[in-house]
Design a protein around this ligand. Structure first.
Ligand code: HSE
Length: 400
């Protein structure tokens, strides 16, 4: 029997206890032994809940309990999660976490410390909710040079964009719904401004290329500026808007970006709706592989955390290498990246748009007094200069 502790009894933490209880026999079978939750750390009490009698408000109860061999961190944020996780590892306990902020900020150090202490630091649930992506990336896709990773990595924003487009729902209403369903971060700004996706693509590129990527180096744009009018244009084009996190390595240079994109039916991410996430990985031999599943939510995310717990229990004394070098990878400047853009302008500027961008086809009749057009693929720097010359209403990156 292995004894574990859960730090944080919110959406994911309570999901972990639920998965361990509901699937106790299956998990015992897979892990080779039963897994018991000995302690739950939270600021709150939970009268009437099955964990009522094992709740503690004092982390040292867990830190100093030598029977607890695995600590599950589902608190979110870095304070006090980082301190608790580090202290757990230093005490010789494996840690499994769903916390992408913790991994993006401190992954490099925590992976090293865990290795030094002969324990595990696993974080499968930190990217893509329930989708197995990190383990496949670091342990399965090892025969290829990984050319690119593109994904819908945030369930909340995908849920919002889908509902705004399919049901004409108002942004604020859908955001509230996503919060009520337990999809959104404690501060949903992290979702809608793309910060959550940014941390996830930083983790994915670090694992794909085996070295640290600073999420602060990744240019990040969220969905908060997408309007009903943008969506009307996109619907008229028969396309959808999706918030994408992308990383690509070309000639040894790493490019990464978080941004809304307009995508068409040919793109495999086109039909990824609601809270679902999908991650497409392209290898030089393998071609494209897709990982698809529920990207947020209690049970799905908890299922990924419990998979990590089983891995940690099964491999108690067996090192599992995570290739994540401390020497950080440089992310190339946004200016040098190439994209096409959907642009909205005042209708009176059509001729000027033709002169500056060579635009010949315009999308008309969506919003009074304005038109839209799509640019050729160009560098971000070129686009910014031309858009400045023309004077535009708005733009969305286009990968139709
Ligand atoms: N807030 C995150 C999302 C949770 O919506 O995807 C899962 O990481």
């Amino acid at each position: 029997m292995s004894k574990i502790a859960v730090l944080g009894y919110g959406t994911v933490g309570s999901g972990v206890v639920q998965v361990l209880t509901t699937n106790a026999n299956i998990i015992k079978d897979k892990a080779g032994e039963a897994i018991e939750v000995k302690r739950v750390l939270d600021l709150r009490d939970f009268p009437g809940d099955p964990v009522e009698n094992i709740v503690t408000h004092d982390f040292t109860d867990i830190e100093n309990d030598d029977e607890i061999s695995v600590v599950v961190e589902t608190m979110g944020g870095t304070k006090p999660a980082y301190d608790f996780v580090k202290r757990s590892i230093l005490k010789g306990k494996s840690v499994c976490t769903s916390n992408k902020a913790l991994v993006a900020d401190h992954g490099t150090e925590l992976i090293r410390l865990a290795k030094e202490k002969g324990v595990h630091f696993f974080f499968e649930a930190s990217v893509g909710g329930g989708i197995p992506i990190l383990r496949p990336l670091s342990r399965c896709l090892v025969a290829d040079e990984l050319l690119s990773i593109n994904g819908i990595l945030n369930g909340t924003t995908n849920f919002i964009l889908t509902k705004m487009s399919d049901e004409g729902s108002a942004y604020e209403d859908v955001l509230k719904e996503a919060q009520a369903l337990g999809y959104a971060e404690a501060d949903p700004t992290a979702d809608v401004e793309g910060y959550d996706t940014c941390r996830k693509i930083a983790i994915l590129t670090a694992l794909a290329y085996g070295a640290q990527v600073d999420y602060e180096d990744i240019s990040t744009e969220g969905i908060s500026k997408i309007t009903d009018k943008d969506i009307s244009y996109v619907k008229k084009m028969g396309k959808v808007i999706r918030l994408l996190g992308s990383g690509r390595r070309e000639n040894g240079k790493l490019y990464a970006l978080v941004s809304p994109y307009i995508i068409g039916a040919d793109n495999p991410l086109y039909s990824v709706n609601g809270v679902f996430n999908a991650i497409s990985v392209t290898g030089n031999m393998l071609g494209e592989v897709m990982f698809y599943g529920q990207g947020a939510g209690k049970e799905a995310t908890a299922s990924a955390v419990v998979t990590d717990i089983v891995e940690a229990v099964k491999n108690k004394n067996i090192p599992i290498e995570i290739r994540w070098d401390e020497k950080k990878q440089i992310v190339e400047p946004l200016d040098d990246m190439k994209n096409a853009f959907f642009v909205r302008i005042e209708a009176s500027k059509k001729d000027k748009a033709s002169d500056i961008f060579g635009a010949s086809e315009f999308i008309e009749g969506v919003v009074d007094g304005e038109v839209g057009f799509i640019t050729d693929v160009m560098t971000e720097k070129d686009f910014a200069a031309k858009a400045d010359d023309l004077g535009i209403i708005s733009r969305i990156r286009y990968n139709g």
